[in-house]
Design a protein around this ligand. Structure first.
Ligand code: ARG
Length: 584
């Protein structure tokens, strides 16, 4: 409510400034206080006293002008001037309780549907298939998925695009090696070897470096692959399907909503690449530089002022990552009819995406109004603040990381609840362990680097998944103790205590928060919100006995508040891709 009043006053000040009644420099955010005596309303501000001097007016006169300029708001029942020029606000109680009742009655918790639902194409995860997924793809998958779920909840049509790297020169080496191993090994041996893609890649690379004959064969396979040779394509498909099934296993384990149907890899655009280049040429955007086909755009220069071209075709005729992205942009606009495209990709590709977006619009591949946004993120670092590596300096495999998280969670939960049977322990350990890894990533602003720390993310205190999951079970337990279903509570809200008011006021902000998550692609806003709600509930729970009082109407009101808290926490966690449990 305070923020709401600040915004209202802010807009009234703008009106006075526009009318020339107040110098623009004098503007400041209003200070809003809760009143002690309810006969003076619920909130008061001294803004008219503060600004009277710069406005050259008596405080009461300024207060009167301000009140006249206040936009109408149905949260405010009445506004009055008091004393030397204070402004008192009377909150419309039925406004807040009305919102709470609407939320309780609605499966969508009264979160408003957008006036115009958009088609949003979201590019996320997008690993390279030549190697196993690594921790860098964890961030993209987790953050992207939370935003996707939020967009869908809000009513937008989301098209997931897993733009996997399934094409390029490294495939020559892999195919040559696959072919070689096929003739030497049994199928089971080979599939075991492919089970460790990382090892397979290393072995292929070693052969490539050691043997000239092998390297030559690898290069010729790339050429054959690109020419569409059937045998070569068959090998390539075989390799990719193994690699994709590894990715899918990670998604399933993580609870990331991507499926094989969302994969549209780089190779899908092969046939469009020549057209992309010739269209750029037709629009006069292309220049040749040392044999390569390039686009120079004035706004892209390095610090020294030297131009930073986009290379779309190499001197040897080969196409690049950028060419494929241009083809993808065109497909997403033209065939998928995106109103908005989001790319959850490492921050280090920021320049690449700026160039792609400018060029795609300039070339007419994407209509002007389409929103193109790179949702970049920082690096995931180890506890030493350096990029996350295994003890011997290798890249950390995602699967190993998730195994460790679940194992640690298992030990923790078992220590807390030794009486649980093993089946339950495993279920809880999965929700806590995987949830902890995801939440640690989600709860920080994605643009900053973040430090991966098992102890911290698995703590039951602070803004962590275990804390939130546990907070939810506490709310749920209120109903178990009362022997009631959440849907059974009824009666009118009565918000008497500050703790009730504060919790209620925060609960009705759920929709606004989701709106910001969807708009900015920042799931940490939802994490902060849920953490806040859990904290406010805990204060409410301490100060306002729910079940022990003998005032039945008050008990119902408090149960309703608890029910809405539970549903908000649960829905919020599901949007983040966590698995809330009823007890743990
Ligand atoms: N495969 C790339 C990588 O692992 C990310 C692709 C992101 N998406 C895109 N449309 N470029 O770095």
């Amino acid at each position: 409510m305070k923020e709401r009043l600040i915004t209202l006053i802010d807009s009234a000040l703008d009106t006075l400034i526009a009318e020339g009644a107040l110098p623009a420099e004098a503007k400041r955010p209003a200070q809003i206080d809760r009143t002690k005596d309810k006969s003076h309303g619920d909130f008061a501000t001294n803004i008219a006293l503060m600004l009277a001097k710069p406005a050259g007016m008596k405080p009461r006169d300024l207060a009167e002008k301000l009140i006249a300029a206040l936009p109408a708001d149905n949260a405010v029942a009445k506004v009055e001037i008091a004393g030397p020029g204070f402004i008192n606000f009377f909150q419309a109680d039925d406004w807040l309780t009305g919102l709470l009742d609407q939320a309780l009655a609605d499966p969508y918790l009264a979160v408003p549907r957008p006036e115009q639902a958009q088609t949003v194409v979201v590019d996320y995860s997008s690993p390279n298939l030549a190697k196993e997924m690594h921790v860098g793809h964890l961030r993209s998958s987790i953050i992207g998925d939370a935003v996707v779920r939020t967009l869908e909840f809000l009513g937008h049509a989301v098209v997931r695009q897993n733009h996997v790297g399934d094409w390029g020169t490294q495939f020559g080496m892999l195919l040559a090696y696959l072919d070689e191993q096929k003739s030497e090994e049994s199928d089971t041996e080979l599939s075991r070897e492919l089970g460790d893609l990382e090892g397979f890649y290393r072995a292929a690379k070693q052969r490539f470096d050691e043997s000239d004959a092998f390297a030559t064969r690898a290069r010729s396979l790339v050429v054959k692959l690109q020419a569409g040779d059937e045998d070569c394509l068959a090998l390539w498909r075989e390799f990719n399907s193994v690699s994709l099934s590894h990715c899918q296993a990670v998604y399933d384990r993580l609870g990331v909503s991507l499926t094989p149907a969302d994969v549209r890899g780089e190779s899908a655009y092969n046939d469009d690449l020549a057209q992309v280049v010739s269209d750029l040429d037709a629009r006069g955007l292309l220049s040749e530089d040392q044999g390569a086909q390039c686009v120079f755009m004035d706004e892209f220069k390095n610090k020294e002022g030297a131009p930073l071209p986009v290379i779309v075709q190499k001197a040897d005729g080969g196409y690049l990552y950028a060419t494929t992205d241009l083809a993808a942009l065109r497909y997403r606009a033209g065939t998928l009819h995106a109103d908005r495209m989001l790319y959850f990709v490492d921050q280090r590709q920021a320049l690449h995406f700026q160039q792609m977006f400018s060029l795609a619009k300039r070339a007419g591949f994407v209509p002007e109004p389409t929103e193109l946004e790179h949702m970049g993120f920082g690096t995931m670092n180890g506890p030493d603040g350096r990029p996350f590596k295994t003890r011997d300096g290798g890249t950390v495999k995602l699967i190993d990381l998730l195994d460790e998280a679940e194992e640690r969670a298992y030990t923790l939960v078992k220590d807390k609840n030794p009486q649980l049977d093993d089946q339950d322990l495993r279920t809880i350990a999965h929700a806590v362990g995987i949830g902890a890894v995801k939440y640690a990533d989600l709860s920080k602003n994605r643009s900053s680097d973040y430090i991966f720390n098992f102890e911290q993310m698995l703590s039951f205190e602070g803004n962590t998944a275990p804390y939130l999951l546990y907070a939810y079970t506490r709310v749920a337990s209120v109903f178990r103790k009362a022997g009631l279903e959440m849907a059974q509570v009824s009666g009118d809200f009565q918000l008497q205590e500050d703790a009730e008011q504060a919790l209620a006021a925060r609960l009705v902000q759920f929709g606004e928060v989701l709106e910001s998550v969807a708009e900015k692609g920042l799931p940490h806003l939802l994490c902060t919100y849920l953490y806040d709600v859990a904290g406010l509930f805990s204060t409410f729970y301490e100060h306002c006995p729910i079940l022990s009082g003998d005032n039945e109407a008050l008990k119902q009101s408090r149960l309703k508040l608890a029910a809405l808290t539970a549903r908000t926490l649960k829905q919020g966690m599901e949007l983040l891709g966590l698995s809330p449990l009823e007890r743990m």
